[in-house]
Ligand binder design. Structure first.
Ligand code: PXG
Length: 286
């Protein structure tokens, strides 16, 4: 059977799952989304993802036509419909179809889309040997232009940074904020370890407050690793002992070089390895 996509309460074959070319999600990137994972049939931190989705929608004055409870049920229904247990799940809410023109009041019927698909993992080699990343010249959104805390369908600046990374042979790229401080990567949050202490940029550093990020901060507490939010510059990365990235897609992935410079010894760090193992245990329930 073809993959079944949820749109506004109904399921469609992947090939027939379509929305209007007049949808402002397409015309203007006017909408919000979430990317989540399920492990053994349970969506990891679903409540947190739903809270972030509804907050992103509220921030752009988009009223999601169904409740969080209905969205939760629809998410599980989509998994079940596709017989998926370990999956990648994308929730998308668009502004809906309207006339050509920015005015959201001229749209109707926001579209709620749920895609559950098998996960394409990064090669295992990256988890064992670590990633090489570069700093992109494209910065995160200026908070006065568009809050970087909104997970909107406008990802162009992150995509431009991703292209810079890919052109340099890296699958991730570091993004700074408008003050030149370290923010995050194009779809992942960043952590460093210095003298055994774990640090990550604060929520107001131009980041998306990652759910994996918050899970890692919780795990650090449980493991007795001192951890806090810290404003940092590239200097802090260059003199760090360890570095890793977190995200729903990547989970926890070590970084071993930044802008061609080795991080610490240039090998995957011990604190990183501990947290990576603890995260695996957490999501796989072992
Ligand atoms: N920063 C940005 C800009 C993101 O888009 C994260 C950090 C990590 O957040 P979570 O909550 O996932 O720990 C993200 C998340 C995709 C995809 O399909 C993107 C994300 C997550 C999952 C899939 O490109 N971005």
């Amino acid at each position: 059977m073809a993959l079944q996509i949820y749109i506004n309460g109904k399921f469609y074959d992947k090939e027939d799952a379509k929305i209007s070319v007049y949808d402002h999600g397409l015309l203007y990137g006017d909408g919000v989304f979430e990317g989540m994972r399920s492990y053994s049939g349970k969506v990891f931190r679903l409540r947190e993802h739903l809270d972030r989705l509804y907050e992103s929608a509220r921030a752009i004055c988009l009223e999601i036509p169904i409740s969080k409870e209905e969205m939760e049920k629809a998410t599980y229904a989509t998994l079940q419909k596709n017989n998926l247990v370990d999956a990648y799940i994308r929730l998308v809410v668009t502004r809906g179809a309207g006339s050509l023109g920015l005015d959201p009041n001229k749209t109707s019927d926001p579209q709620v889309i749920i895609i559950a698909d098998s996960i394409s993992l990064y090669p295992a080699e990256f988890y064992e040997n670590g990633l090489k990343i570069i700093t992109a010249s494209t910065i995160r959104n200026h908070p006065a232009a568009l809050s970087p805390r909104i997970k909107s369908l406008n990802y162009l600046n992150n995509i431009m940074a991703k292209i810079e990374g890919l052109q340099a042979g890296c699958i991730e790229a570091l993004m700074l904020n408008h003050k030149g401080e370290v923010a995050e990567c194009t779809g992942d949050n960043i952590f460093i370890v210095k003298k055994g202490v774990l640090m990550t940029p604060p929520k107001d550093a131009g980041i998306l407050e990652g759910i994996t990020r918050n899970a890692i901060l919780d795990l650090a507490k449980e493991l007795g690793i001192v951890a806090f939010e810290q404003t940092m510059t590239r200097h802090d990365l260059f003199v760090a002992d360890e570095c890793f990235l977190t995200g729903s897609a990547a989970e926890v992935i070590p970084v071993v070089t930044i802008d061609g410079r080795p991080v610490g010894t240039g090998a995957v760090g011990v604190v990183t390895k501990r947290l990576l193992d603890a995260f695996k245990k957490l999501v796989h329930g072992k």
